[in-house]
Design a protein around this ligand. Structure first.
Ligand SMILES: [Zn+2]
Length: 201
């Protein structure tokens, strides 16, 4: 990877042997390994021993989870807040594990819609709740920094299953609690492409 970064620097018109850049390939490799460490993480290990049987069926909400990910189209960051809710049927997930799970999926090359779905699907698969909702709001540097479609550099995506999809009241209760900066486009549809970076250019 370090040799590739040296080539990249040269391709940009830089001199990779310049003093300030000498250790850059090493640093970039280390940074990318961390930012994509989700590929090596095993979600079952992350959730290990943190699924509990309960007699509780009120909505569980974990909101304002900070996340940082990389857009797979441009390898530039997108980052923001993730809000997760579910209604347990028989099991809950230890609360600290939800941000960990978000990290596992965020630390990969992603598009925001898939990231949102992966978090929701994992909760659905692991504890079969009566409903699960995930909303992510993020700024995409690939759009904000390049000045293209600046109005779309802030994107909101959602994935809703079970009670959150079927019941407007449940959905509203959740949305009221997380108080989004902007409305969710096409909320009742599966998250639609075109909201976040779609790699057009
Ligand atoms: Zn992008």
């Amino acid at each position: 990877m370090q040799e590739l970064i040296r080539q990249l620097l040269a391709g940009l018109g830089e001199d990779p042997r310049r003093e300030g850049l000498l250790d850059t390939p090493k640093r970039v490799e280390k940074a990318y390994q961390f930012l994509t460490s989700g590929y090596k993480a095993n979600i079952d290990q992350v959730l290990n021993n943190a699924l509990f049987t309960v007699d509780y069926s009120e909505m569980v909400i974990v909101k304002d989870i900070d996340f940082y990910s990389l857009c797979e189209h441009h390898l530039l960051p997108f980052f923001g807040k993730c809000h997760v809710a579910y209604i347990p049927s028989t099991k809950v997930i230890g609360l600290s594990k939800i941000p960990r799970m978000v990290d596992v999926f965020a630390r990969r090359l992603q598009v925001q819609e898939r990231l949102t779905n992966q978090i929701a699907d994992t909760i659905r698969d692991k504890i079969s709740p009566l409903g699960v909702a995930v909303v992510m709001e993020a700024t995409h540097l690939c759009m904000a920094m390049r000045g293209v479609e600046k109005q779309n550099s802030f994107c909101v995506t959602s994935a809703m299953h079970g009670g959150f999809r079927d019941s407007a009241r449940t959905r509203m209760e959740f949305l009221e609690l997380i108080k989004l900066r902007s409305p969710i486009p096409g909320l009742r549809e599966p998250t639609s492409a075109g909201l976040a970076c779609v790699g057009d250019d």
